[in-house]
Unconditional design. Sequence first.
Length: 94
Amino acid sequence: MCVENGKRTVIFSLETPAKLLLRRMILAQCRIETWKLEQRKLTKADLKSMALVSGKARRAALFIHDNKHELSEITATVSGMKPPPDLIAVDYVQ
């Protein structure tokens, strides 16, 4: 929702690679089940929807970090962001 409304969003993914997380986000936004992509069963409508959502994601103020694993790294990254993010999400903290 923040991404759609132009809010600066940063996600720290400690388990899932950024590329896979973005793919999951696009599929979810398009309401496409993962198996359809994996088994190459996408329809023309699915592909069109994915292209539209992918374009929006490229233009969004969305930052996904999959290489920050310590709280101190996360804090330093957020502190250095100008302007600061509107939303910070961490998917897993050890």
